[in-house]
Design a protein around this ligand. Structure first.
Ligand SMILES: *Cc1c(COP(=O)(O)O)cnc(C)c1O
Length: 432
């Protein structure tokens, strides 16, 4: 565990009477003085702490293993490590990152059911034992490369109502589970439990109820085969901000009652989850600068047909804004239809200000690089800033430098009370 009096990374404290919004404003002022006006992030690590406290009060019986792929920035992972969460890693590089922070390998689950052999060997050499599988081939690889593996069978779920579906790629159908458990036994492998993922951005809390019921069936098969399973992993899929369609509390109610029904405290089953989006989405705010602008007048000008309706509403004036981060950068997930984005303005518009329909585009030369198909903004100028909130999940972690546009800088802040609170939790550690 990190010594709480010597933080592993440095960041400025939010001073009293100086809110997160003030920090964003200050960065905008600083940046506006430079010629570059590059896009940047501000991250409130106190928000990550707030999420952790919310998790621990809503689902105290479920230990969170943060899904590193969602946002692998070192400050976030360090913060969570000092709060005592576990980690879900999907590759050797993610394992290296988490282990390099001094996290005990028992607090890591290697939750990728389809692993490269050299990465399994790395896990074995570094004491990471918990790992998921969903096929016979994976069992054979693990049997060859890892003699202490503690395996978790990933089952498929009904993720038809999730924003990003995962069960098309991962998870064994229920009817194949008996065969897999039998094969694991033949190979002398230790299967300790069952996992699932209802899909990222899950919009149907009932998906957890069904998946937990299915997991219970697999436990029963395991019992018949003498597997002694005692771990249930309910995966990710939890909303990252309160404007998500499905509310966190609603989901927690369903999960609590499903757990109570199928895996009550006296069942002796330990329950973990792999939240990603939940922990980081709302902590990050992205600020981009308008680098170019086009005003489209009337219907006879050459623009997208899609904007015709908007032009009628607004006497035919439509704006196209080009900003310095886009689809190949922080907005990669919009390409995968994970999210829709809407900007806010740092300077609130006057009540009588005329709003124009506009589209917002990224900086690359690709015609697909559009962030917002249509929204309404006042007349903005080149050099003005647009703010995107809730930008912590699958943004920094998924971005590329295509076309030579660099990734935005990250600035971290935390309030002094949040920092002190974190030190206390870090010192107490978390119940195993
Ligand atoms: C991506 C992923 C997660 C995190 O999902 P969220 O929806 O961001 O909570 C958890 N577990 C696994 C196996 C994943 O692939």
């Amino acid at each position: 565990m990190n010594n709480a009096s010597s933080p592993a990374f440095e960041f400025p404290f939010l001073e009293e009477c100086f809110s997160f919004r003030d920090t964003v404003g200050q960065k905008i002022i600083e940046s506006s003085r430079t010629d570059d006006r590059d896009a940047f992030y501000v991250c409130d690590l106190g928000d990550v702490l707030k999420k952790h406290l919310r998790w621990m009060s809503a689902l105290p019986q479920v230990s969170p293993f943060y899904a590193v792929k969602c946002n692998d920035s070192r400050a976030v992972v360090t913060t969570l490590a000092s709060l005592g969460t576990g980690f879900d890693c999907a590759s050797k590089t993610e394992l290296e990152l988490v282990l390099s922070l001094g996290v005990d390998p028992s607090r890591i689950i290697y939750a990728n059911p389809c692993k490269q052999i050299s990465h399994i060997k790395y896990a074995s050499a570094h004491g990471v034992q918990m790992m998921t599988f969903d096929s016979e081939e994976e069992l054979i690889k693990v049997a060859r490369c890892h003699d202490k593996a503690r395996l978790v069978l990933r089952i498929a779920t009904d993720d038809s109502k999730a924003v990003c579906r995962l069960s098309v790629k991962f998870g064994s159908p229920l009817k194949a589970c008996r065969g897999l458990l039998e094969r694991a036994k033949e190979l002398g492998l230790n299967v300790i439990g069952v996992s699932f993922h209802v899909g990222s951005g899950c919009t149907d809390p009932k998906a957890y109820m069904q998946a937990i019921a299915d997991a219970h069936c697999v436990f029963k098969i395991g019992d018949e085969l003498g597997c002694n399973m005692d771990l249930l992993d309910i995966g990710g899929g939890f909303p990252g901000s309160d404007d998500a369609e499905t509310k966190f509390d609603e989901m927690m109610d369903v999960i609590n009652s499903a757990v109570h029904k199928y895996f009550p405290a006296d069942s002796g089953v330990k329950i973990i989850a792999e939240p990603g989006r939940f922990y980081v989405a709302s902590a990050f705010t992205l600020v981009v600068n308008i680098i170019a602008k086009k005003v489209i007048m009337g219907k006879d000008s050459s623009s997208d047909e899609e904007d015709e309706g908007a032009k009628e509403k607004n006497n035919g004036r439509t704006m196209m804004y080009y900003v310095n981060d886009g689809l190949y950068g922080s907005f990669f997930c919009s390409a995968l239809e994970c999210s829709t984005y809407l900007p806010t303005l740092y300077k609130k518009p006057k009540p009588d200000e005329i709003m124009y329909p506009c589209s917002i585009w990224g900086p690359t030369c690709d015609g697909l690089d559009r962030i917002v198909e249509q929204c309404y903004l006042p007349d903005m100028q080149v050099g003005d800033w647009l703010v995107f909130e809730n930008m912590g999940a699958y943004t920094v972690a998924a971005s590329s430098t295509f076309n030579g546009f660099k990734r935005p800088d990250l600035h971290y802040v935390i309030s002094r009370p949040a920092w002190q609170h974190m030190q206390q939790i870090g010192l107490q550690g978390m119940p195993a």
